[in-house]
Design a protein around this ligand. Structure first.
Ligand SMILES: Cc1cc2nc3c(=O)[nH]c(=O)nc-3n(C[C@H](O)[C@H](O)[C@H](O)COP(=O)(O)O)c2cc1C
Length: 186
């Protein structure tokens, strides 16, 4: 079986974003997995218009990346109990590219719930996009205690938590790829 392609998407463009530490950590853990290829996607670098929305402002490179993906990892900070509007604006540019692909979500927050609320808020969006959510998350919170200012991981428990998350996501991505390739739509 060829490698799975599972990019990691950093879901905020905020200056000084602490989610970047979490996203880099998840990216490195994903890169270390056998049979998995990944890529780091920073939504700050996706060209986006602010006077339009949806598929008509599709970015060809982002569309191609999602088309090639077998699964996605979203690393998303909690902003007022919701997700950053810019992430939604970016995700809305694609549609058929997501269908029957796995998605895992990592929440990031200053508060102790580790972005649990932003993950819940994203679930209906994932469903509408045709993505298949897994039942493992990684909750980075309070993020200031998990990574130092230099981005170094301070809490080693996140290694095993991420392993469990990736185990489930990789399984789901593999099963869905087999389904897309071998099971005809009804
Ligand atoms: C507009 C905004 C709203 C926020 N709302 C919440 C919140 O609802 N709950 C929370 O725990 N932290 C909240 N925070 C703090 C972020 O979770 C915190 O900045 C964390 O580091 C992750 O976001 P970051 O990647 O932008 O740094 C908010 C931050 C911003 C900028």
């Amino acid at each position: 079986m060829s490698s799975l392609f599972i990019p990691v998407i950093l879901g905020t463009a905020r200056k000084g974003r602490r989610s970047e530490n979490a996203a880099h950590f998840i990216f490195e853990q994903t890169k270390a997995r056998a049979g998995v290829e990944t890529e780091f996607v920073d939504i700050a670098k996706i060209p986006m218009r602010l006077d339009d929305a949806g598929e008509q402002m599709k970015d060809p490179a982002f569309s191609d990346l999602v088309t090639r993906a077998d699964g996605l990892i979203l690393v998303v900070p909690e902003y007022n109990h919701g997700y950053p509007g810019l992430l939604k604006h970016a995700l809305d540019m694609n549609l058929k590219e997501y269908i029957h692909k796995a998605v895992g979500i990592c929440g990031v927050s200053a508060g102790q719930f580790g972005g649990a609320r932003v993950i819940e808020a994203l679930l209906p969006v994932m469903r509408e996009l045709g993505l298949v959510t897994i039942f493992n998350d990684v909750n980075f919170g309070p993020v200031g205690k998990i990574f130092g200012d230099d981005g170094k991981l301070l809490d080693q428990r996140f290694v095993s938590r991420t392993t469990e998350f990736l185990d489930e996501l990789i399984w789901m991505a593999r099963v869905l790829r087999d389904g897309r390739e071998n099971v005809a739509p009804v």
